[in-house]
Design a protein around this ligand. Structure first.
Ligand code: ZN
Length: 85
């Protein structure tokens, strides 16, 4: 059984599809049954999508990757902080 804390930790990996299918399924199953994580997940995905849609800045390929990673980490921090309040 996946616990809520694990969901928060793995949000970034999830959105970037870096999890194995088994773990991904476990987490999706948890999200379906846990309202708190469901809200958290939706907020995270929405915020990330919003960032992606405005991420049209011209950056060198290597910088862009770093920026992208940084953005995901920052968004996760915000969402996690909100979830704890
Ligand atoms: Zn949960």
């Amino acid at each position: 059984m996946v616990r809520c804390k694990c969901i928060i930790c793995q949000l970034t990996d999830m959105v970037e599809h870096q999890l194995s299918n088994d773990i991904y399924d476990d987490i999706m199953e948890h999200i379906r049954h846990c309202p708190n994580c469901g809200i958290l997940y939706n907020t995270f995905v929405k915020t990330i999508n919003l960032c992606h849609s405005i991420e049209k800045v011209k950056l060198p390929a290597n910088k862009k990757k770093v920026f992208h990673k940084w953005m995901h980490v920052e968004v996760k921090k915000i969402v996690v902080k909100r979830a704890r309040n």
